[in-house]
Design a binder for this molecule. Sequence first.
Ligand code: ADP
Ligand code: SF4
Ligand code: MG
Length: 339
Amino acid sequence: MSKPILKVNHLNKDFQVKSKNKLFSKPSSIRVLNNVSFELFEGETLSIVGESGCGKTTLGRCIVRGMDATSGQVIYHPEGEEQVDFLGLRGKEFKKYRKDIQMIFQDPFSSLSPRMSVYDIISEPLLANFKLTKSELDDKVTLIAEKTGLNVSYLKRYPHAFSGGQRQRIAIARSLISEPRLIVCDEAVSALDVSIKAQIINLLKDLQEQLQITYIFISHDLSIVQNISDRVAVMHLGKIVELALVDSLFDHPKHPYTEALLSAVPEPDPNNKKDRIILEGEVPNPANPPSGCHFHPRCMYKTDKCIQQEPELQAIDEYHFAACHYANKLNLRGVTHES
Ligand SMILES: Nc1ncnc2c1ncn2[C@@H]1O[C@H](COP(=O)(O)OP(=O)(O)O)[C@@H](O)[C@H]1O
Ligand code: SF4
Ligand SMILES: [Mg+2]
């Protein structure tokens, strides 16, 4: 493994929510990120997977400071400098490092004015932080447009004129213009057609190779995750329940929740039928999490201990961690490979 670029320590995020029925009730707090800790290594792709609502977007947003975490730390290692407490940075210091960590979303332009041209969209992040002449700016935008496969003649147009794949290229160009070291991609290819999806994934991989970018890749599409990741973290109700190298996680999952998620991945050979594990019962509500192991109401391996005690994320080997009391004992099923 290369050197760490980021260290997330005991990150928690609570949201205050008002009960819909009780007009005068005090807002109650729900814990959406629960003691999330992991290291991220330079140049790797770490994917975050888990059902809708498990906290993936919240985690990404707290890391890039699009949202304030309730507690915990994100330690960032700038190149050739001392590490910094990223969430604690203020003023000039924050301005200096915030450009290093960017985020791309599924719907990249929802927060931007439709009157911005592609040129404006790509160049905007530079205007606030760098004093560049018009020709320096033009050069940078042209270079990034070329790197991301955008025709330079597109730059004067408006994003609504483009297809989903082109729009995602524009979003990638915008995120790259300030030369970040880390990009959080939140379902960035989820809405695209299969062939366009593959093109954008290839672009992200090429850029990673050329520019040594590190990715946190948030996705619910496990086939893409298997293809793009070095490591994978599985989240359940705001907690990381399994973290491992991609092959180790897909071949030998150690958490029953991961086993169930993997059982939904299509087989490479359609003749090779497997049983999908249907998770019975509802996705638990973060406002009222189950006792003990939060997965126990849907776990086919649960015992009394699971109902009473919450399992900690424990090391199975150097790179494989799982939060299950029986992680070392269960013989769980991974995905099968084409022979
Ligand atoms: N602004 C908010 N206020 C209250 N609850 C929120 C807010 N944003 C997200 N949540 C809740 O936090 C949980 C995690 O959401 P999110 O991070 O979007 O999950 P994911 O990206 O994995 O689908 C969900 O239960 C969601 O309803
Ligand atoms: S701790 Fe128990 S309930 Fe939780 S995943 Fe492991 S076996 Fe299932
Ligand atoms: Mg999300």
